[in-house]
Design a protein around this ligand. Structure first.
Ligand code: CDP
Length: 221
């Protein structure tokens, strides 16, 4: 357990609300926020831009050698260019789990994430934060919601961002596929660690979920 700093790990499947929740908690408690999914997404963007198949592990590893991914002022940069919006497109959603299951990709990302976590009070969200990246976190939360609700949220978000040619059913199928890939992969699968607090956001507003988490942190239990 960390003693001198506040370190919070947040994990959960796509569309569970973990990023929204983690960002708001960072603001409320004055913590640094790290969105680890953005790093896997940024590499996936480069893979797609280079015309590489997301299953072509060898080419992806070669690409990784000459790729720089970092955060500055809460924005994500790929080779020096801010890519906040580009990494949220549905084509990235569809390919990111293939890229994220590659062992050497994970090793590099986890190394960066652990370095980032050393200096300040922090909240980090992803799939393997409580289990692998920050096993000594003071608090671990596992955010869930029904798959239909998660697909509804993701569909709404993509439509609001102007994506065309998508349907709710297609997004539902894609989310189920990504859930399966993320939770059955060999290396650091999405898994709730026994000491995590499970927060089900299905029938809750964001504020309700946030309050539940803040109460747990303030209660110190
Ligand atoms: O927002 P959403 O939950 O859809 O995605 P995200 O948190 O940005 O993560 C995108 C993908 O990156 C996930 O589906 C995982 O395949 C991968 N990921 C991971 O493997 N490990 C992490 N710590 C974070 C994301």
């Amino acid at each position: 357990m960390e003693t001198d700093r506040l370190v919070i790990a947040v994990d959960g499947p796509a569309g569970s609300g973990k990023s929204t929740i983690a960002k708001r908690i960072a603001d409320i408690l004055g913590l640094e926020y790290i969105d680890t999914g953005a790093m896997y997404r940024a590499l996936t963007l480069k893979v797609i831009n280079e015309g590489i198949d997301s299953k072509d592990t060898e080419s992806i590893l070669e690409l990784l050698q000459t790729t720089s991914i970092y955060f500055k002022d809460n924005h994500i940069y790929l080779d020096g260019i801010m890519v906040d919006d580009k990494i949220r497109k549905n084509i990235i959603n569809k390919n990111v789990s293939n890229v994220a299951k590659i062992k050497k990709v994970r090793e590099k990302m986890v190394e960066i994430q652990q370095k980032l976590s050393k200096s300040s009070n922090i909240i980090m969200d992803g799939r393997d934060i409580g289990t692998v990246v920050l096993p000594r976190a003071n608090f671990k939360f596992f955010i869930i919601a029904s798959v239909e609700e998660r697909a509804r949220r993701r569909y709404k978000e993509l439509i609001e961002k102007g994506e065309k040619d998508i349907s709710y059913n297609q997004i539902l199928t894609e989310i189920k596929r990504r859930d399966k890939l993320d939770s059955t992969r060999k290396i650091s699968p999405l898994r709730k660690s026994p000491e995590s607090y499970e927060i089900d956001t299905t029938n809750k507003t964001i504020d309700q979920s946030i309050n539940e988490i803040i109460d747990i942190i303030k209660g110190g239990n």
